[in-house]
Design a binder for this molecule. Sequence first.
Ligand SMILES: [Zn+2]
Length: 156
Amino acid sequence: MSKWNSPTEWQRLCDGSGCPICARGQPLNNIAQLDSSWLTMSEAAPMPGYVCLVSRVHAVVLHDLTSSQAESFMRDAHKVSSALSAVTGAVKLNYEIHGNTLPHLHMHYFPRYVGDPFEGHAIEPARVSQRVYSAGQFSKLRDRLLLELGASAVRR
Ligand SMILES: [Zn+2]
């Protein structure tokens, strides 16, 4: 059952008063802070190089942002796209914005590879049950991405 079935809970998630990202002050697995967003990355990923760009302003949909905020968010998205493509060597990137369970604006990046389990189709993260990184691969890729972005790792 989705949170949409609880109007009060859904409203609190949408207006930010019950948003776990806003309550925490940042998303989980935050690796970098960009102009208008945080970048998250975790070893628990559906595809090597999977990252998520999270707006630093609470918004449910793009048009909740001002034009200037949206432009800044998309500049961050553009920058991450370029850096992620360079460090992963992916054939292409898939981007997804949903917010169905956590309505705080975030954009998923799925690097796609020749021979990946979903070649020719959209990624289905629920169908990924095994680890996608070999030992040491995650931290190496994360560090290369941060270097490519010119970003410093977020201290935790
Ligand atoms: Zn929020």
